[in-house]
Design a protein around this ligand. Structure first.
Ligand SMILES: *[C@@H]1O[C@H](CO)[C@@H](O)[C@H](O)[C@H]1NC(C)=O
Ligand SMILES: *[C@@H]1O[C@H](CO)[C@@H](O)[C@H](O)[C@H]1NC(C)=O
Ligand SMILES: *[C@@H]1O[C@H](CO)[C@@H](O)[C@H](O)[C@H]1NC(C)=O
Ligand SMILES: *[C@@H]1O[C@H](CO)[C@@H](O)[C@H](O)[C@H]1NC(C)=O
Ligand SMILES: *[C@@H]1O[C@H](CO)[C@@H](O)[C@H](O)[C@H]1NC(C)=O
Ligand SMILES: [Zn+2]
Ligand SMILES: [Zn+2]
Length: 458
């Protein structure tokens, strides 16, 4: 009997076994092309034999969207919630779109999610392509904000927050397990939004975010932030999606609260590539991670002689600690698009298990910080990161030394000047007096790139 008690004590010993683990899905950038089987309006090259699940040159046919949502349900139906970070309308000229077409697409994807996850709330946010005209999000109520508020009423499930959504397409909800979810409309900060360009706080969202973070601290809540367009620098292409004054303001608000340990993580889309970043506290210790999910659409960018890489469709499953809100792991699922078309069926497979692939304890900021330092020493880890960026497409582009420096610097530098200073240090051993000259030359390059990239309109 005494022996039995001893075993019992040993068995219930490890603290991990008491951790209450929850799961949620994150899907982004479906970009449905309703003309895939007719005019192929989104396709960047002529596609003579379109595959039933899609083509690297085009946005998604409906079957791909339906199949990805059904696969999420098959892999794990019992999740606490879903994150859906926008861009549901294809890369199609406004000439072929309208408010009703965009709203019809949003309604159909909303219905598909509700059909597959009837008892699970989806915390959804709009992407720049979900507005009509494209990108032109206003700072106050509009027909689109109203219609989407009606569509997502059951998910937001709070009269005050639905009213807030009608005003600026952002909201705050508390999940079943007590995590505060802030769904932001970051499209109003995008350099392609001409309506908000000269404003200081469109839709009052900055002031509200500041208040929400203060309230969360006072109420002892943990916060998850989700939105379409991420702040900071997209690397290795060195793209700042926000107008610089909005990026500065966003970071200023985050920094004001960064030492309070309120934000657990941020989840975005828009990049159409898989990546993460780390936010640090004032004393240089880690604060929280930023995760960017790749797209479901395989669509390949092309403008003039410039082409983007192909990528495979992917969705991700995230585990987190329900008590602390801290993220634990990311399981990335994907299909190889040509194989799926050739086999006439999809086989959604685990692309990677984050903690296993990178040998880290979890995906919290301290673990990602250690990984970042290991990447500085072991560049093969960046090659793996780069392969995942395009969702393990066959024959991916390679990442040279400048590309690797840019990625390493992008993990922790969220402003153009800071990123530039970091990449300069990373690749030059020049006389320091030359430094300022290099810096200015590079700043000019960054500005040109930014102007060019505005036209990519992811
Ligand atoms: C757009 O949709 C609304 C609501 O469904 C409908 O009342 C209206 O007639 C539609 N407009 C056009 C131009 O089709
Ligand atoms: C949405 O689904 C309905 C019903 O299946 C269909 O008639 C309609 O064309 C779809 N809308 C779009 C924009 O594809
Ligand atoms: C914003 O300011 C610029 C420069 O002053 C001006 O050209 C532009 O028309 C303004 N935009 C709006 C929407 O007011
Ligand atoms: C592919 O699958 C669909 C539906 O399962 C079926 O209708 C079609 O005939 C199949 N095509 C080929 C080439 O096997
Ligand atoms: C992911 O990897 C961890 C080890 O880091 C392991 O404990 C876990 O079972 C793996 N999960 C899946 C679904 O492969
Ligand atoms: Zn997109
Ligand atoms: Zn986008």
């Amino acid at each position: 009997m005494r022996f039995f008690y001893l075993i019992l004590v040993l068995y219930t010993g490890p603290v991990e076994s008491l951790q209450d683990i929850g799961w949620f899905w994150h899907a982004s950038d479906f970009h449905y092309d309703f003309s895939y089987w007719s005019d192929q309006l989104s396709c960047n090259n002529e596609v003579t034999s379109p595959g039933i699940y899609g083509d690297y040159w085009c946005d998604s046919p409906w079957l791909l969207i339906k199949d990805s949502i059904e696969s999420m349900k098959e892999i794990r139906p019992d999740v606490d919630f879903l994150l859906w970070t926008g861009d549901n309308v294809a890369h199609i000229s406004d000439d072929y779109l309208s408010v009703n077409i965009s709203m019809g697409i949003l309604q159909n994807i909303t219905d598909e999610l509700q059909r597959n996850f009837p008892d699970v709330p989806t915390y959804a946010t709009l992407g720049n392509h979900d507005y009509f005209p494209n990108n032109q999000f206003p700072a106050e109520n509009s027909e689109i904000y109203d219609r989407v508020a009606d569509m997502w009423t059951n998910w937001i499930n709070d009269a005050t927050e639905i009213t807030r959504f009608r005003n600026g397409a952002y909201y705050s909800v508390k999940s079943k397990h007590g995590l505060r979810i802030l769904g932001l409309n970051t499209n109003i900060y995008y350099t392609s939004d001409k309506v908000t360009a000269n404003m200081t706080d469109p839709a009052g969202q900055f002031e509200w975010l500041d208040q929400q973070l203060t309230a969360a601290k006072n109420n002892n809540e943990k916060v998850l932030i989700t939105a379409h367009i991420p702040p900071g620098m997209h690397t290795p292409d060195t793209i700042l999606w926000y107008y610089p004054h909005f990026n500065d303001k966003f970071i200023e608000i985050i920094n004001k609260h960064v030492d309070n340990d309120v934000i657990t993580a941020m989840y975005y889309g828009h990049d159409h590539s898989d990546g993460f970043k780390i936010f640090y506290k004032k004393d240089g210790t880690t604060a929280f991670p930023i995760f960017v999910a790749p797209s479901v659409t395989p669509w390949r960018f092309k403008a003039g002689t410039q082409t983007g890489p192909p990528h495979n469709p992917g969705v991700r499953l995230i585990s987190y600690d329900r008590a602390t809100g801290q993220p634990i792991n990311i399981l990335m699922y994907y299909i190889n698009l040509p194989d799926s078309n050739a086999n006439n069926r999809t086989d959604w497979k685990l692309e990677y298990n984050f903690t296993q692939a990178y040998s880290v304890d979890d995906v919290t900021a301290p673990s990602l910080h250690k990984l970042r330092l290991r990447m500085e020493e072991d560049k093969s880890l960046i090659d793996m990161y780069y392969k995942f960026k395009d969702v393990s497409v066959s024959n991916p582009p390679s990442c040279n030394d400048d590309c690797k420096t840019s990625i390493l610097c992008g993990f922790w530098n969220h402003k153009p000047d800071d990123l530039n200073t970091c990449t300069e240090k990373g690749k030059t051993t020049d006389d320091p007096t030359d430094y300022a000259v290099h810096l200015h030359a590079n700043l000019a390059i960054v500005v040109c790139l930014l102007l060019f990239v505005q036209h990519l309109l992811l």
